[in-house]
Design a protein around this ligand. Structure first.
Ligand SMILES: NC(=O)c1ccc[n+]([C@@H]2O[C@H](COP(=O)([O-])OP(=O)(O)OC[C@H]3O[C@@H](n4cnc5c(N)ncnc54)[C@H](O)[C@@H]3O)[C@@H](O)[C@H]2O)c1
Length: 387
């Protein structure tokens, strides 16, 4: 086997996503498995160069994982011709400026969603990347989750017949930060810092709906801030200026209707932190992050509405678990890592890759229109984006 190195500047690795999902669970996990086998006698070996604002934090992470390269000077890293890829998992509001620089430096790009805080910014990046002729990808991790892979398998296999509707329930209680520490960063709750649940979650719903059921053609949303006062990482109170819950209705190409509740102010009475129920003429499914259950039309009970009688059947027990059906000994890989592998193959082997900056811009568009729909109190069409 020959080893081919790909050097990846990773910006934002001190953050939640940058560290755990991208550095540890993806890039370092690839190294632990011996690199990415390209199938042609070559193994691709990712070499991260950690980039960030705080030297001590970078040095600490590098030391913890036996890495030798880190820098607080993004410009210098981008000027280094041996760096092939720029990865960005910074807070959203810092993304456009850094990505613009990386495009100008001719680096291939892999970035977290949302790609920008406005559609104009997202389209600008997509156009710049196209004109520069570089390879680009955007994190769309949810479609690589076991539960959604099983759901996709059902769609592709024609299980549902005609798909009528999709109901999504996402969320959990994010602590206010006073008597128990908040489990999400405070910028998520400040609009001026690129926060808000619509900006955060609608990009995910765009590619999940698009990829599984059809492009979103209209949006109607009500975004609100249920918890207006929170406490930050230093225990200081602040006003939550961004939405922390959004109730959205989406029409899809093909005729299905999706309705998704997203909330950081809800307590979980579900099996998973996100669940999608899909109802079709021939069957229904409920998929979470990992699991997926189905009920075929032939096994659908016939409940009769009668509030005078106690419930006589256990509705949850009437569903059947969809098996993993993987090769013996195989497991579902981490979704972020699975997407990294496809992106790296795209970079070095020129394999097709659909989740690019234009796809990322569609997510930003849906978030922007969702917020506008909420502010104006009306349903808005979602025009198809082109560059
Ligand atoms: N794909 C997903 O499922 C998913 C989930 C959560 C967050 N995200 C995205 O990942 C990105 C990072 O989110 P996170 O939750 O890891 O955030 P975080 O606050 O934990 O990390 C933010 C990172 O950006 C850096 N940074 C750069 N400029 C900054 C500034 N001015 N202020 C504060 N931090 C700054 C921080 O040092 C840190 O490394 C966001 O764009 C977010 O939308 C994606």
């Amino acid at each position: 086997m020959t080893r081919r190195t790909v050097r990846i500047a990773m910006n934002g690795v001190t953050g939640r996503m940058g560290y755990r999902q991208h550095l540890v669970r993806s890039v370092l996990a690839l190294r632990e498995q011996g690199g990415l086998d390209l199938g042609d006698g070559t193994v691709l070996w990712p070499e991260p160069v950690l980039v960030g604002r705080r030297e001590h934090a970078l040095r600490e992470i590098a030391g913890r994982h036996g890495l030798t390269e880190w820098s607080t000077d993004l410009d210098a890293v981008l000027a280094d011709d041996t760096v092939d890829v720029y990865f960005d998992a910074q807070i959203t509001s810092a993304r456009v400026e850094a990505v613009r620089k990386a495009i100008a430096a001719g680096k291939h790009l892999y970035v977290e969603k949302p790609t920008a805080t406005s559609l104009d910014g997202a389209l600008e990046l997509a156009r710049l990347a196209r004109d520069a002729g570089i390879k680009h990808g955007v994190v769309q991790d949810k479609i690589f989750l076991p539960g959604l892979l099983k759901l996709k398998r059902l769609v592709d296999g024609g299980f549902f017949g005609e798909i009528l509707s999709v109901r999504g329930e996402f969320g959990y209680w994010v602590f206010e930060g006073d008597w128990q520490e908040a489990q999400r960063p405070s910028w998520n709750y400040r609009a001026e810092d690129g926060g808000g649940i619509v900006t955060d979650m609608f990009p995910h719903w765009e590619y999940v709906l698009h990829e599984l059921f059809g492009r979103v053609t209209s949006v109607q949303a009500l975004a609100t801030t249920h918890v207006p006062r929170r406490w930050d990482e230093h225990g200081k109170p602040y006003s939550a200026t961004a939405d922390d819950a959004a109730y959205g209705v989406f029409q899809l190409e093909g005729g299905a209707v999706a309705q998704i509740n997203s909330s950081w102010a809800v307590r979980v009475h579900r099996d998973e932190l996100v669940e999608f129920q899909v109802d079709g003429t021939h069957g229904s499914a409920v998929a979470g992050l990992r699991g997926c259950r189905v009920q075929h039309r032939s096994a659908t009970p016939k409940p009769v509405w009668n509030p005078d009688l106690p419930v006589t059947e256990s509705f949850r027990d009437q569903w059947q678990e969809v098996p993993d059906n993987l090769a013996p000994g195989a497991e579902f890989d981490n979704g972020f890592k699975a997407q990294w592998e496809l992106f790296l193959r795209h970079v070095v082997l020129d394999e097709p890759y659909a989740w690019d900056l234009l796809a990322g811009a569609r997510g930003v568009q849906l978030a922007e229109l969702g917020l506008r729909s909420s502010a104006e109190g009306r349903r808005l069409d979602v025009p198809e984006l082109t560059l």
